[in-house]
Design a protein around this ligand. Structure first.
Ligand SMILES: CC(C)(COP(=O)(O)OP(=O)(O)OC[C@H]1O[C@@H](n2cnc3c(N)ncnc32)[C@H](O)[C@@H]1OP(=O)(O)O)[C@@H](O)C(=O)NCCC(=O)NCCS
Length: 113
């Protein structure tokens, strides 16, 4: 089993340009992001996706890039991760405050188990 965690300060994500955002978000996420009109929610969304992908990198250690991962929400809001557009065994959870977003990822099995 592997665990990864990451914490992002919202102020580090505020005012980022489209070039940066497109390096982090997949097309599916970017389309969703563009429909968010509330500024705080946009920052929270970007920050939590950034944090979650960093947490997932910590589980896998190598070989993944930001845009290999898409974070999607179930109808009830629960998030899950797609890697190369496929649902994976990975468990993720996100949380936000005014200033921070945190994400944790748990990979139940890995090559070095
Ligand atoms: C879902 C819930 C745990 C969110 O807690 P919160 O303190 O308001 O918000 P947090 O900042 O800690 O967490 C928000 C994140 O929780 C996650 N989340 C939302 N709903 C979730 C759920 N049902 N299960 C697990 N995770 C959930 C999402 O990733 C969300 O971030 P995102 O929208 O950017 O993806 C809280 O609203 C709750 O307990 N609700 C009761 C259950 C509920 O309402 N279910 C939905 C019915 S439609």
């Amino acid at each position: 089993m592997r665990v990864g965690i990451d914490l992002v300060e919202h102020q580090d994500m505020e005012g980022r340009d489209a070039r940066f955002i497109k390096r982090i978000l997949t097309e599916t996420e970017f389309n969703y992001f563009n429909q968010i009109t509330n500024k705080k929610r946009r920052t929270e969304y970007l920050s939590s996706r950034f944090a979650c992908k960093e947490a997932i990198f910590k589980c896998y250690q190598k070989g993944l890039a930001f845009k290999d991962i898409t974070i999607v929400n179930e109808e009830n809001g629960a998030p899950y991760a797609l890697i190369y557009n496929k649902k994976v065994e990975l468990q993720i959870s996100l949380s936000h405050t005014d200033k921070y977003s945190v994400a944790i990822a748990i990979l139940p099995s890995s090559d070095d188990d």
